[in-house]
Design a protein around this ligand. Structure first.
Ligand code: HEM
Length: 438
């Protein structure tokens, strides 16, 4: 069984719907102050074992970058025991992640990607009132402390119908995790070994990760935050220009995503949207690909959801070892319906990945599945919705009889504004960090 009372709730608990969320990043200028911050914040972080807190679905989580662990004076032997990708940091991995050109770290929102981001506090709640209640003790923990500075903040909030800014329902597909007691969303997917998502337990490969000392890593995990700006007007214009009318436009959007905007999967309703199905959490993720749709005639192999989780589809490799927990929250206002010109407002997704293996899970999916198509026989085609189609030369194939349809010239709809690789410690590791005397 997972030790839920030692694991932060942000790791395992799905976010509430609707939600409001805040990300606050801190710089630690003095190790002693950083440890004091850990001690104080440790008191407000919520464990995964407490789904019915007085603050309802509200949770506060804390994560540290590698620079943050260094700023706390974590001993070298312990630092060396963390994963290689985490130690490099996201900005150093830009090339592998497709963060080039306009998405390159040179163009990121400051101070994201710099050595100044040490601690990230995340609070998520069903409404502003509860968020404020949860943030108050956290704020008391860091306000007026010298040696600590809050240097960046991002507020997020649910958009109507819990969609992301392009207009698709988000937050549907989640893996089931052995021993968590929290069900996954696909009844046909065997629960994954806990070690895929939490350090210190056996994973799908039969291995168990650990750190020096063990208490530092056990019940913790890695979290990847990415601020992804979405070009909504550009996306709408592209759909219009590549279709011959509103119905075809919606079908094209669904083919690119693998789901209709309502969340209804093409796998279960390939010809028309079915909003009732889209809204039904018992049915909207109950499908596989291979037996029913090996050729991708319903859900194209190149669509966002089939790339990012090919389920049982035939691909090079094994899909199960590249699963992830996602905790995306939207920022910025919705672009009003029908608007096709960019209004210059920043909107997008604070994408959050949770998993015990940044390289095998997040980086692999981002580089091999989203920004390449070889794994399913799709050549070098990238994800049509979120792929790094920086030169405007993206391609997408819709399998069709008698002839497939090939869409060309897809522009870049998503720009990386910044991000960090973080470690989300257990509650006991937060205390260990607070008690360091190096
Ligand atoms: C702005 C960027 C993004 C947008 C708009 C977006 C949108 C969506 C939507 C609408 C869904 C379907 C609903 C759901 O299952 O929750 C989805 C699923 C998913 N996305 Fe994304 N996404 C984005 C970025 C990413 C990134 C960066 C990754 C990974 C590197 C990713 C991985 C996934 C995965 C694994 C699923 C679930 C697939 C499944 O199990 O069916 N997404 N995304």
């Amino acid at each position: 069984m997972l030790e839920l009372d030692d694991i932060q709730s942000g790791v395992l608990r799905p976010r509430p719907s609707p939600y409001v969320a805040t990300y606050i990043a801190f710089r630690i200028d003095e190790p002693a102050a950083g440890r004091d911050l850990m001690r104080r914040i440790g008191r407000v972080v919520t464990p995964a074992s407490n789904p019915t807190s007085p603050l309802a679905d509200t949770w506060v989580s804390v994560a540290l970058t590698f620079e943050g662990l260094k700023a706390l004076n974590v001993p070298q032997e312990s630092l060396d025991s963390f994963s290689w990708e985490f130690r490099q940091g996201m900005a150093s991995r830009a090339h592998e992640l497709g963060d080039v050109g306009e998405s390159s770290p040179d163009n990121w929102e400051q101070p994201l990607g710099s050595k100044d981001i040490h601690v990230i506090l995340v609070a998520v709640s069903p409404d502003e009132e509860h968020l404020e209640q949860a943030l108050k003790p956290a704020r008391e923990a860091y306000a007026q402390m010298s040696g600590i500075e809050a240097i960046w903040r991002q507020n997020c909030h649910a958009l109507p119908c819990d969609t992301e800014p392009f207009g698709f329902k988000d937050g549907i597909s989640h893996p089931a995790i052995e021993g968590s007691g929290i069900p996954g969303s696909n009844p046909q997917e065997r629960p994954l070994r806990a070690g895929e998502f939490v350090i210190g337990y056996q994973d799908e490969m039969g291995g168990t990760q650990s750190t020096v000392p063990e208490v530092l890593g056990r019940n913790g995990t890695y979290v990847v935050f990415r601020k992804l700006h979405q070009r909504v007007a550009e996306f709408r214009k592209f759909l219009k220009e590549s279709s011959s009318g509103p119905d075809e436009e919606e079908l094209m959007a669904a083919k690119m995503m693998g789901r209709w905007r309502s969340g209804a999967p093409l796998a279960l309703c390939p010809f028309h949207d079915n909003p009732e199905l889209g809204a039904d959490p018992k049915r909207n993720n109950d499908f596989m690909f291979h037996a029913d749709d090996a050729g991708g005639f319903k859900t194209p192999g190149g669509s966002h959801i089939r790339r990012s989780n090919p389920r049982d589809a035939q691909i090079a490799g094994v899909a199960r070892i590249h699963r992830m927990i996602r905790r995306g929250t939207a920022y910025g206002p919705m672009l009003p319906d029908g608007v096709l010109e960019d209004d210059g407002v920043d909107r997008g997704l604070m994408f959050a990945f949770v998993g015990a293996n940044i390289g095998r899970q997040f980086e692999f999916v981002q580089s091999e599945w989203i920004n390449d198509g070889i794994f399913f026989g799709g050549g070098t085609d990238k994800d049509p919705v979120i792929g790094a189609n920086h030169n405007g030369g993206g391609n997408f194939t819709l399998p069709k009889k008698p002839l497939r349809k090939r869409v060309q010239g897809i522009p870049n709809f998503v720009v990386t504004r910044g991000g960090e690789y973080c470690f989300m410690p257990s509650l006991s590791a937060i205390r260990w960090l607070a008690d360091l005397d190096t």
